[in-house]
Design a protein around this ligand. Structure first.
Ligand code: CA
Length: 220
């Protein structure tokens, strides 16, 4: 899963990035409104937006996005803690907010909550047949046996499990991995899928020619 992080405070940015990578999310970073405008929002599952940016107010950007029909969840980070400001942020289309200073563990929990909502999941644990993935612990089990996955394999499997039974486009999966492997070749994804199939069983992931991959949805 991929997050666009818009924050100008270098120290905080560093902490945020580490906290999010710990949860196996890929992050792209913008330090101002103008930098943020260069990104294609469709590429992201979540946007984290600081309000006090060097070239203006994050709320201006949020308002524009919502007017353009952007539906990505937005988590606001703000030092403004007046009721008015919070109400204004939510009314302009924010899904949640955190008041600085905040604990990184709380940020991680709120991000998980927003992701669950985005993918219409009630829990952090995803299940498909004998396969179980915990988005909080970042662990995977098959028939109750814990699997050892690389973070690339984990990121791919989490995306496929969020959409179990549906085809996930190759481009989407490649976007998820992009930051971790800047030179991701078109074959690399196939290699990871191949490794996943070895661990999960050859029938687990179907190749949909010309489109992408699908995790077969099974209920036990
Ligand atoms: Ca700021």
């Amino acid at each position: 899963m991929k997050i666009l992080l818009i924050e100008d405070d270098a120290l905080l940015l560093n902490g945020l990035q580490k906290a999010l990578e710990q949860q196996q999310y890929c992050c792209d970073i913008a330090r101002s409104l103008s930098e943020a405008r260069r990104y294609t929002l469709d590429d992201y599952d979540l946007i984290i937006l600081d309000l006090g940016l060097p070239d203006g107010d994050g709320l201006t950007l949020l308002k524009q996005w919502r007017q353009q029909g952007c539906s990505q969840p937005v988590l606001i980070l703000t030092a403004r803690d007046s009721l008015d400001d919070r109400v204004k942020g939510l009314d302009q289309g924010a899904d949640d907010y955190l008041i600085k200073p905040f604990a990184l563990a709380e940020l991680q929990a709120r991000v998980r909550a927003l992701m669950r909502r985005r993918f219409e999941k009630a829990e952090n644990a995803l299940q498909s047949g004998a396969l179980k993935l915990d988005m909080n612990l970042n662990q995977v089990w098959l028939h109750e046996q814990e699997l050892t996955l690389t973070r690339m394999e984990y990121a791919i499997l989490r995306r496929l499990m969020l959409h179990a039974g549906k085809t996930v486009q190759r481009e989407r999966l490649q976007q998820d991995l992009y930051d971790w492997n800047d030179e991701i070749g078109s074959n690399t994804l196939e290699v990871y899928i191949h490794h996943l199939r070895r661990k999960l069983g050859s029938e687990s992931i179907r190749t949909i020619r010309g489109e992408g991959y699908r995790l077969e949805a099974k209920s036990e």
